[in-house]
Design a protein around this ligand. Structure first.
Ligand code: PMV
Length: 327
């Protein structure tokens, strides 16, 4: 039977979470795990064997109806994921990218995925599903792959790829999407992610930081410090300096603790992984979700995370972006 299968990776933020909301740069890498979507012609619309309910799948229905204006025959859509969901690993962005790639091949049979177009469409699908508020970090990293730097303006030492904008309930927001070529020593090293088992509520945590800054304006210093750490981390990434990268990750974690977005569970997993790592920090919004370690010994880090009560995932740094895997 005629079918198309696409895969899109999840992501992990190495530096700059929360500071990016204030226009500072954030650095994310694509990870090996992600979402696979299979699309084939059918007599009825289905998702994973059940009748397709558009209101339950806003990313997919927005891509079908508004972004691709698809009017062809009904589709069987099957999805599978080896990401933890609501863990800050970008599973909804990976779903949007993988589905967008599969649908676009299904319509046009063009082998080469237009990654920039897809990143923009997937960002739009995320915004639709999240009441008009979405950062382009997850969708751009999942689409482009490798290492992506998102910022209010161009970041020196990075290559500009495209600009993104979104009209949010708070007004127009604009971002510059850039990439960094990772040297072999970085691409051959290992990250271990540790999931606390608790969801990572991004909008709640962003609101919590805004409240903290209102009550304690001096905390804005933490944002400037994170921005400097991010720049040092980028230099270490580009130079393939694992020791310096780990030091920057540890320093970033301290600043996120000071912003009150880490939790006891995240701190426990970070501390458990450090003896076998170059560095470790919470990743993403915090309040739950995941931590990430740049591992010297990935198996030992994964064991230490499990013993400390977390669920580990081992990945290379900067996996490839969205791709068609079967047609
Ligand atoms: O946990 P995540 O992957 O949703 O990361 C959120 C990152 C923030 O900087 C906290 C929010 C944002 O929109 O960039």
């Amino acid at each position: 039977m005629y079918m198309t299968e696409a895969f899109a990776p999840g992501k992990c933020i190495l530096f700059g979470e929360h500071a990016v909301v204030f226009g500072h740069p954030a650095v994310a890498v694509a990870i090996d795990q992600g979402v696979t979507v299979n699309v084939s012609k059918s007599s009825n619309w289905t998702r994973d064997g059940l009748p397709f309910a558009p209101e339950k799948h806003p990313h997919i229905s927005h891509l079908i109806n508004e972004l691709y204006n698809y009017e062809g025959p009904p589709l069987d859509i099957t999805t599978s994921s080896n990401l933890f969901s609501t863990a800050g690993l970008g599973s909804s962005a990976a779903l949007s990218n993988a589905f967008g790639a599969a649908l676009s091949y299904h319509i046009n049979s063009i082998d080469e995925v237009d990654r920039i177009k897809l990143a923009k469409l997937a960002h739009s699908a995320e915004a639709y599903a999240q009441k008009g508020r979405a950062s382009p970090t997850d969708t751009a990293t999942s689409s482009l792959g490798g290492c992506v730097v998102v910022s209010g303006q161009h970041v020196p030492g990075t290559k500009h790829i495209f600009d993104a904008e979104l009209l949010t309930p708070e007004g127009l927001r604009e971002w510059s999407i850039n990439i960094v070529e990772l040297p072999l020593s970085i691409r051959e090293s290992w990250l271990v992610l540790g999931f606390t088992g608790e969801g990572s509520p991004t909008s709640t945590m962003v609101a919590k930081v805004a409240k903290l800054l209102k009550e304690r304006p001096e905390k804005i210093e933490e944002m400037n410090a994170i921005s400097n750490i991010t720049k040092a981390g980028l230099t270490a990434l580009s130079a393939g300096n694992l020791e310096a990268l780990g030091i920057a990750m540890n320093a970033c974690h301290e600043r996120l603790i000071s912003l009150e977005v880490s939790t006891q569970e995240l701190d426990d997993l970070v501390l458990a992984s450090r003896p076998y790592s170059y560095g470790a920090k919470m990743t993403g919004a915090g309040g739950g979700g995941c931590m990430v370690a740049l591992a010297k010994d990935p198996k030992r880090v994964a064991q230490a995370i499990e013993v400390a009560g977390g669920k580990p995932l081992i990945s290379r740094l900067g996996s490839n972006g969205v791709r068609i895997i079967n047609k």
